[in-house]
Ligand binder design. Structure first.
Ligand code: NAD
Length: 379
């Protein structure tokens, strides 16, 4: 079998996950990587044969089937545009870009070139998230009345917690909603097949200033710096967002998004109430799905491919009792994306495309506008 050759750009927190999970596919090789910091050391650590500091040089020199963009948000546009121009398929981390205009240009370019274009909304591929989708499609939830939930983290809890994500020129105009709220929204729209059509958002910035380290620090790396190692900087993107939604079938929804909620490291909750039953999924117990009923006992579906819907079984790697979680979602997403790359066409394989990435960018823009203007905004 011919191995497809992938180039990874940016090997910090998430680029490492991309390399590890690509290798589980069997037909894809991490052929080269690019990083602004110590690419040779990273290539050695991950046994990747070629290392570059400049992504253009990597794309020009290596014969690649795909690139994975795992760098800060502000770089996604120029890297994706360069790769598409050179005829290379693109898998880009979320959020797609920093502006709607950039996302529109990339979407048009990918269509013009006929290349595979994907955004890594990996949460679609938790087995029991996918199971909700299969249940909705089989009519088991009935009419959907409400969709609510949250995405909570605490890695920016202290005013000494710092990341490039706090700087709008690197991250974009929205932070908490764009960074993690976008995952929540993509998840609920994916499983229900509904689209949010208007939003009302409320933002809060609890740390109006933060102490920025004078040395670079990696995402989630924790800190052991002294007071003189910091400078105080103003913060103008949200730590927290509550968003109300109206969906295109008349359903109502709401989510709470926070990066300063102590003790919740990375918890996603999605709860969907329908006319036949309700479901509740929590990423901290991701191998179980609660099903609520009025007329009989409530139940819990466990992750066991032998009892899940056939579609769900196909995106599940291990038998019941063997936990699958965050890294597995990348494997399943990449499996679908690389099936499209292998057949040489941007066929829809349920992975998020640039169209979905553009929708999230438009959505974030409207959420920011709603929070600023304190009113409902149509999508
Ligand atoms: N899908 C998910 O669950 C998920 C999770 C985390 C992050 N992300 C996304 O992944 C991206 C990266 O986030 P992260 O947390 O890994 O950040 P990070 O800061 O941990 O890593 C970024 C890496 O990119 C490198 N880099 C920066 N500019 C570069 C350039 N021009 N060329 C080459 N390398 C460059 C840095 O040296 C660093 O190694 C972001 O867009 C983020 O939103 C997605």
């Amino acid at each position: 079998m011919k191995k497809l050759r992938a180039g990874i750009i940016g090997v910090g927190f998430i680029g490492a996950v991309h390399i590890e999970q690509l290798r589980r596919l069997g037909n894809v090789e991490a052929a080269a990587l690019t990083d602004a910091l110590d690419p040779k050391g990273k290539a050695e650590a991950f046994s990747v044969p070629a290392a570059y500091t400049d992504y253009k040089e990597m794309i020009d020199r290596e014969t690649l089937d795909s690139i994975h963009i795992c760098t800060p948000n502000s770089t996604h546009f120029e890297i994706a545009m360069y790769a598409l121009e050179k005829g290379v398929n693109v898998i880009c981390e979320k959020p797609m870009t920093c502006t709607v205009e950039e996302a529109k240009q990339l979407t048009a370019k990918a269509k013009e070139k006929g290349l595979v274009n994907a955004i890594n909304f990996n949460c679609r591929f938790y087995p029991l998230v996918y199971q909700i989708r299969e249940m909705v499609r089989a009519g088991e939830l009935g009419n959907i009345y409400t969709i609510h939930g949250s995405y909570l983290q605490d890695w920016l809890y202290l005013d000494t917690d710092y990341s490039w994500r706090l700087e709008p020129h690197l991250s974009g105009a929205s932070r908490a909603f764009s960074d993690i709220g976008s995952h929540w929204l993509d998840l609920v729209e994916f499983v229900t097949g509904l689209k949010a059509v208007e939003v009302l958002a409320d933002f809060a910035v609890f740390h109006k200033t933060r102490r920025k380290p004078l040395k670079p620090v990696d995402t989630y790396s924790g800190m052991a710096l002294r007071p003189e190692d910091y400078e105080e900087v103003p913060i103008n993107t949200e730590d927290y967002a509550t968003v109300l939604f109206h969906f295109d079938n008349g359903a109502h929804g709401c989510c709470n998004i926070s990066q300063v909620f102590a003790g919740r490291k990375n918890q996603i909750v999605a709860a969907i109430g329908g006319s036949k039953c309700a479901v509740h999924w929590d990423s901290e117990n991701s191998n179980a799905l609660w099903v609520g009923r009025r007329e009989t006992m409530n139940g819990e579906i466990v992750k066991d491919p032998s009892i899940l819907k056939p579609g769900t079984a196909q995106i599940t790697s291990y038998p019941g009792g063997h936990v699958e979680g965050f890294p597995d979602t990348f494997k399943q997403n990449f499996k679908k994306i690389y099936a499209a790359i292998a057949c040489g066409k941007p066929v829809c394989g349920e992975y998020a495309t640039f169209d979905d990435g553009l929708r999230e960018m438009i959505f974030c823009e409207k959420v920011v506008q709603s929070a600023k203007e304190n009113r409902w905004v149509k999508i």
